[in-house]
Design a protein around this ligand. Structure first.
Ligand code: ADP
Length: 309
């Protein structure tokens, strides 16, 4: 069965007008679709337009032109339904330190007009593992708990789509893993996820599909697997019995990345050269190979290629 399109963006443009004639085009002719059940990542360097995009979806920034449709609702014609369909987890922690998690969620539910009998506060608290802290002041919660509480706040009106803006910016590794686990759990429970990030590893780990934006323009849109498949160069490291001199491209596509006495790191195009050819080439230089390791490229290679303009 064809999956429902939960987000459709057509020819989206945002121009910020500053004083006088100065203006910045933050989003330029952006087109993309996200399907139900996906974890979709919008990836881009600082200033690419990610926050602007999220703020348009959240109704906080008005687009200049183009169409945005969320869960079947047009953002211009049905802004309230759009708002009801998404839960936004903002970047900054904005929690009132004197409320406990239960109270915060109840207040948030009130803000969204969720009737008392329809509230699922306890279910949400359990889901983000804060049921034991339900009555603790939020100022006493750990960093990880606060982040989870932010996710919980976005869930009070049971939105089918959750948007996370740079969910793990400035968060340590342990906490990041924990958050990823929570987001994946949410997704398993049927919630579609859209997240922005400038951490390549986060996108690689979390997302089914990735859109890469640079200077407001979409420069790639594909499955994570396909994007990784675009990487053409591999790395290979050798420990040798002695020092040798190698000239770039003497062997087709082979380049020296670093050379530190007898440890040499090369890159090569995996379609044009295989490891056997490289080993033979080095053996011909009258040194022994003591150790060797290879390294597949990661999303960073794709990212650098696409955003280096
Ligand atoms: P990102 O979230 O990817 O870092 P942003 O959406 O914050 O990117 O910014 C995209 C571009 O729009 C940048 O050039 C930024 O300076 C500009 N911009 C963002 N917000 C405003 C604003 N309120 N007024 C003017 N320019 C802005």
């Amino acid at each position: 069965m064809e999956k429902k399109t939960i987000l459709a963006v057509k020819n989206l443009e945002k121009i910020y007008k500053k004083n006088g004639s100065q203006q910045t085009t933050a989003i330029k002719d952006l087109n993309l679709e996200v399907k139900e059940g996906e974890i979709f990542g919008l990836l881009g360097p600082n200033g690419a337009g990610k926050s602007t995009f999220i703020n348009i979806l959240a109704g906080l920034v008005l687009k200049t032109s183009g169409e945005v449709n969320v869960w079947g609702f047009d953002i211009d014609k049905n802004p309230r339904q759009v708002r009801a369909s998404i839960g936004i987890v903002p970047q900054e922690l904005n929690l009132d330190p004197f409320f406990n998690p239960r109270k915060l969620l109840e207040l948030q539910a009130g803000l969204y007009g969720v009737k008392k009998k329809d509230r699922i506060t306890d279910t949400i608290l359990k889901m983000v593992s804060l049921d034991n802290q339900a009555e603790s002041y939020s100022r006493g919660l750990s960093g990880g708990m606060k982040r989870r509480l932010m996710i919980a706040k976005a869930l009070v009106h049971q939105p089918p789509i959750v948007i996370l803006d740079e969910p793990t910016a400035g968060v340590d590794v342990e906490l990041r893993k924990n958050l990823w686990k929570n987001v994946k759990l949410l997704n398993k429970n049927g919630v579609s996820i859209i997240l922005t990030t400038h951490y390549l590893h986060e996108a690689e780990e979390m997302c089914d599909r990735i859109g890469i934006i640079n200077k407001g323009k979409l420069v790639a849109l594909d499955t994570t697997k396909n994007l990784l498949g675009r990487i053409q160069r591999k790395k290979i490291t050798f420990k040798l019995s002695g020092e040798i001199n190698i000239v770039d491209e003497e062997l087709e596509t082979l380049k020296v990345l670093s050379s530190n006495y007898n440890e040499m790191i090369f890159s090569y195009e995996k379609e044009k050269l295989n490891i056997g050819q490289i080993i033979n080439y080095i053996n011909d230089k009258n040194v022994n190979i003591i150790d060797m390791s290879t390294d597949d490229g990661d999303l960073e290679d794709v990212f650098v290629t696409l955003t280096n303009s």
